[in-house]
Design a protein around this ligand. Structure first.
Ligand SMILES: Nc1ncnc2c1ncn2[C@@H]1O[C@H](COP(=O)(O)OP(=O)(O)O)[C@@H](O)[C@H]1O
Ligand SMILES: [Mg+2]
Length: 209
């Protein structure tokens, strides 16, 4: 799946850059789903989640969503496996989009009661990252056969991961000191097998294998 080769991706990019979503996020979320022809799963203030079957495509609604996708995928790829497991797996990301494993979204009505103690333990384990806005179940999901994981971790206070052109496993090397908001490259998770166009500053394409 090559996100940027989806029909109408240039129109979606233009919409993100126009920042229309800052004024009317729900309308822009529906519009992006329609343009890409993908089923709408949910949306927040800055991003829309679309259904790709086994994965979720998060598309920015505007400039802030673009930055949040970068920060979220950048954080994921900068972490060691023992911390990554508590976050929705990022499979790949590029400007305006990020691909994640599909989770079962949680709410106070569904999942929270059974899992709240485990959620508290996880919050302690990842405390140093300073992810905020994760006390509510809204930003958690359930990984089948596993348990709760953080589904929206775009807001955090830990230092932004340095932007690099390297793939997931070696993200912290590369060009040290480049601010995350200048991140130019696509990330690719080696665990993701379908061919995907992955943003890398040095390499144009990677198969993700
Ligand atoms: N990995 C996922 N699996 C299933 N649903 C998801 C996933 N990520 C996000 N969603 C759904 O999309 C909504 C918006 O995503 P979110 O990351 O919270 O965006 P925002 O940063 O704009 O709040 C979530 O509330 C949830 O319902
Ligand atoms: Mg959210």
């Amino acid at each position: 799946m090559d996100v940027e080769k989806l029909p109408n991706w240039p129109a979606v990019r233009a919409m993100i850059e126009s920042d229309a979503g800052a004024r009317n996020p729900k309308r822009v979320a529906r519009k992006i789903a329609g343009l890409l022809g993908l089923p709408y799963i949910g949306s927040g203030a800055h991003r829309v989640a679309l259904d790709l079957g086994s994965a979720i495509l998060k598309v920015a609604l505007g400039k802030r969503g673009l930055r949040e996708n970068q920060r979220e995928s950048g954080l994921f790829f900068s972490l060691p496996p023992r911390q990554r497991v508590h976050l929705a797996t990022c499979l790949a990301a590029g400007p305006g989009w990020a691909l994640f494993e599909k989770l079962i979204p949680m709410s106070y009505q569904s999942g929270y009661r059974e899992h709240r103690l485990r959620m508290q333990e996880i919050r302690n384990e990842i405390k140093r990252l300073g992810i905020y806005d994760i006390s509510s179940p809204r930003n958690w999901g359930l990984r089948e056969g596993w348990g709760p994981v953080v589904l929206d971790y775009s807001l955090y206070t830990s230092p932004p991961p340095a932007a690099t052109g390297n793939s997931a496993s070696s993200l912290p090397s590369g060009r040290p000191g480049s601010p995350a908001n200048k991140l130019a490259g696509k990330y690719c998770n080696p665990e993701y097998s379908p061919p995907i166009y992955c943003y890398q500053t040095n390499r144009k394409e990677c198969s993700g294998t």
